[in-house]
Design a binder for this molecule. Structure first.
Ligand code: NAP
Length: 286
């Protein structure tokens, strides 16, 4: 049977799409996004941050993670400015920001979201997260405000960050729209949110686990098993660490780099196909 080039092209496109995007609640979210912690942190000049954001946008990152606390709002400002300068259409982007644990009261949440939108130069966020839980917080009050932001069209989806299993279940019950993510630390050497049951709960309840700090461990570069698998694929150890994350159901990740070569490598990690034996080896590495 002859396969038409058009059919083959469609098939390849569908497979690439499946590898690069997570489909959830009718959305397609890039599995590898770009973190902005440390953007805007340089004391005397924004040039390094400006160049990092521009190169990330140029090479095709469309999913960005930021927060009101990153460089006291400067990360949001610089991200918004770079998007504006590069004339990237808002609809092509998926933008996450986060409200600080100091601002979880009803009026504060509404005000802080407005401030994030102003700094970003946008009229809505794709995703808004509670950055950290706080002892004594009134989650019901916070979610009243978050639900209002969704009703008002300021925010498309809600999520949390650094929530343990009990808090995550509470948050999922209080959100009027399906809770989209719990953003937590997860990497080859850091299995905290596997061990505490959060990953399994996310996978069983259609909640994304967004893995932060997926690379920034010394062992990600020096581990022999990672290096061997990396050599077999002609890629780097950090790329294997990212591929291992996004191969898992409902796991996406947001690495950060100022280095354009690293940025490109991180984006390309979604295209790496790890076989079952490699996945098992990495699963059992720690
Ligand atoms: N929700 C939360 O509480 C929370 C906490 C922490 C982070 N986050 C989010 O997660 C994002 C990522 O986490 P992170 O910044 O802590 O750590 P990360 O992305 O794991 O690591 C960043 C470090 O790894 C290096 N790197 C990146 N890609 C590399 C590559 N391909 N090869 C070699 N080195 C590479 C970077 O250096 P170069 O610049 O030299 O490449 C940088 O030093 C943050 O930016 C932030 O948006 C969220």
């Amino acid at each position: 049977m002859l396969v038409s080039p058009k059919w083959l092209h469609t098939l390849v496109k569908a497979i690439i799409n499946l590898m690069r995007y997570e489909t959830i609640h009718g959305l397609q979210i890039p599995k590898i996004g770009f973190g902005t912690w440390r953007i805007g942190n340089d004391l005397f000049s924004d040039e390094r941050s400006r160049l990092a954001l521009r190169s990330a946008l140029e090479m095709g990152y469309t999913h960005f993670d930021t927060a009101e606390v990153y460089a006291a709002g400067r990360a949001e400002e610089l991200l918004g400015r770079a998007i504006h300068e590069m004339k990237v259409p808002r609809t092509a982007l998926f933008i996450t920001s986060k409200v600080s644990p100091d601002h979880l009261k009803y009026a504060d949440v509404l005000r802080c979201c407005e401030n994030s939108l102003r700094r970003l130069g946008m009229d809505y966020l794709d995703l808004y997260l509670i950055h950290w839980p706080r002892v004594g917080m009134k989650l019901e009050e916070t979610f009243q405000a978050l639900n209002k932001l969704v009703q008002d069209g300021k925010v498309r989806h809600l999520g949390v960050s650094n929530f343990n299993l009990k808090l995550l279940k509470n948050a999922a019950a209080l959100s009027e729209t399906p809770l989209l993510t719990n953003q937590v630390s997860y990497s080859v050497p850091d299995r905290t949110y596997v061990e505490n049951g959060v990953l399994e709960y996310c996978q069983q309840n259609d909640i994304l686990l967004t893995a932060y700090t997926p690379i920034n461990h010394r062992m990600t570069r020096s581990n022999k098993t990672l290096q061997t698998i990396a050599q077999a694929h002609a890629v780097t150890s950090p790329q294997i660490a990212l591929a291992w994350l996004v191969t898992q159901p409902r796991v996406i990740t947001i690495p950060m780099s100022f280095n354009p070569q690293h940025q490109a490598e991180n984006l390309q990690a979604a295209d790496i196909v790890l076989d079952e034996a490699e996945m098992k080896l990495l699963d059992r590495l720690f």
